[in-house]
Design a protein around this ligand. Structure first.
Ligand code: PLP
Length: 525
């Protein structure tokens, strides 16, 4: 059903007409959006080089051409740019221009100044870190967000910005098979919010758990000073958790213990149980456990069922960081690793990593959003409004301002459909398995973590030195880009091969494998 038809059905059109001067002609609607120098009068008064709507149409087409040409050119470009630190400053003037320049001059600088110096994260030979997502529908969604350019800090600051986000968060939660308590539509206290990054999501959770714990302690010990109470709090995570968890703890001033994992690099219930008992015996107050699904180093999975059961029993907040792996929950056959997720109090994943939505877009779901919302509310008169019933998202995040990021989720989910997104994840998983099989076919190599998703952790058998030398050779070679890591517990050093690019095909897997074999053979000589 079209939006217009829906408005009519909901009998909202008259409201819309009254409030927003609805006019059915497309150009009139556009004039509501683009108000810079579109009429003869305003153009005559404006800076002659300022871009008007007509020029924007033309430049927009040029920019789209440039983007498509760039995206189509990866195979002709190096994956890591051939530049040295400081390459850029001499290429542009030391001061901003006094007078505006023509857009042609700006376009002419894009290749030598910018594209020559970017690491091509979407190059089919890029296998480092974890993927960062991109797709044309997401770029189009961001374009519209930039054009609307609203700051959706409250419902009234831009109702569509808030309401589309609540619906998109429910769409995501349902598509991933998350428990109902994370859905707005379940009618409980739960719901989702788009944060910029998983790091911000962890920080929000830390601050929420910290303040909740201090409020409870103060209720029991009214004489207790918040600073003194704060010093007693303790949180837990695995030794393999992302560094952002440790940073969030530092920012929240909460002590954190990194607990030992089992032989599969998974944090288990026994380790948490023991740590809680030790800390309670010392007079500390355990408040939070951050479990990881898909660790950054090796894509290991903490045992959420065991950890969640202990958290629920002991009164700890259980947060699940699934920054990369979360997108795989789109595929029902890949959901085993999230067993026990219904026990979690919050869950976070980054559609901007593996779900074809451009950075930044990190989805945080909360069982009880009031734990964050009520604690962080600061309501000056100029931000107050009379409407209730929808979230004022400024209370769900650290900054006040927020972009209209749900547009890109909406565009991506509609253009690809859940089945298109599933096919994308499945293809990457199958390419990773292909790489694993190729690596294991050579007896000199071993794979050091079970390959569940798109990451293969491999090394030359024996001491770390051989794999370190292999890594140096691959870095010098530069035809493929990957990074190394080490397990905390064993000190075993390995290389991480991640399927990242939407353009990555079987031929690129075979190419990467041949480059690695060449490097290994060179070292053997
Ligand atoms: N958590 C995990 C498990 C990650 O793998 C990463 C990054 O790769 C992060 C957190 C940090 O993500 P962000 O850059 O969104 O803060």
């Amino acid at each position: 059903m079209s939006i217009k038809a829906r408005l009519e059905r909901e009998n909202l059109r008259s409201v819309y007409k009254k409030r927003f001067f609805y006019n059915s002609s497309a150009s009139a609607k556009l004039k509501l959006l683009f108000f810079a120098g579109d009429t003869k009068e305003t153009k005559a008064q404006s800076n002659p080089i300022e871009m008007d709507g007509e020029e924007f149409r033309q430049r927009g087409r040029q920019m789209v051409d440039l983007i498509v040409d760039y995206v189509n050119s990866f195979r002709d470009r190096p994956v890591v740019p051939n530049v040295q630190p400081g390459y850029l400053r001499p290429l542009i003037p030391p001061e901003a221009p006094q007078e505006g320049e023509s857009f042609d001059k700006i376009l002419a600088d894009i290749e030598p100044v910018v594209l020559a110096g970017v690491t091509n994260w979407h190059h089919p030979n890029f296998h480092a870190y974890y993927p960062t997502a991109s797709s044309y529908p997401a770029i189009l969604g961001d374009m519209l967000s930039d054009a609307i350019a609203c700051i959706g800090f409250s419902w009234i600051a831009s109702p569509a910005c808030t309401e589309l986000e609540t619906v998109m968060m429910d769409w995501l939660a349902k598509a991933l098979g998350l428990p109902d308590h994370f859905l707005f539509s379940s009618g409980g206290r739960g719901g989702g919010v788009i944060q910029g990054t998983a790091s911000e999501a962890s920080l929000m959770v830390f601050l929420g758990a910290r303040n909740d714990a201090i409020a409870k302690l103060q209720a029991a010990e009214p004489q207790g000073e918040p600073c003194e109470l704060l010093a007693r709090l303790v949180a837990y995570t695995s030794e393999e958790a992302h560094s952002s968890v440790e940073r969030a703890a530092k920012l929240a001033f909460v002590r954190i213990r990194s607990l030992k994992t089992d032989e599969k690099h998974s944090l288990r219930g026994d380790a948490l149980k023991q740590a809680i008992a030790e800390d309670r015996a010392k007079g500390l107050v355990p408040i939070l456990c951050i479990a990881t699904l898909g660790t950054t180093s090796s894509c290991a999975f903490d045992n959420v069922r065991e950890l969640g059961q202990i958290c629920n029993r002991e009164g700890l907040w259980c947060h699940v960081d699934a920054a990369y792996a979360g997108s795989a929950l789109l595929c029902p056959e890949l959901r085993n690793f999230a067993d026990g997720i219904e026990l979690a109090d919050s869950f976070n994943f980054n559609p901007h990593k593996w779900m074809l939505v451009t950075f930044d877009c990190s989805a945080l779901f909360l069982r009880d959003a009031s734990k964050i919302v009520e604690i962080f509310s600061a309501d000056p008169i100029y931000l107050k409004h009379e409407f209730t019933g929808q979230p004022d998202y400024r209370h769900w995040q650290i900054p006040l301002g927020r972009r209209f990021r749900s547009l890109k989720i909406w565009f991506v989910m509609r253009c690809f459909g859940i089945s298109g997104l599933q096919a994308y994840i499945r293809k990457h998983v199958s390419l990773a398995k292909e790489f694993e099989a190729l690596i294991l076919a050579d007896g000199r190599f071993e794979v050091v973590e079970e390959v569940t998703l798109g990451l293969v952790c491999f090394r030359l058998k024996g001491t770390n030195e051989a794999t370190e030398a292999l890594y140096r050779t691959l870095r010098e070679d530069q035809r493929i880009h990957l990074v190394a890591s080490k397990f905390h517990s064993s000190g075993v050093y390995f290389l991480r091969f991640v399927v990242c690019s939407s353009q990555c095909e079987s031929k690129d897997i075979r190419f990467a494998h041949s480059v690695i074999m060449e490097a290994a053979n060179k070292l053997a000589k």
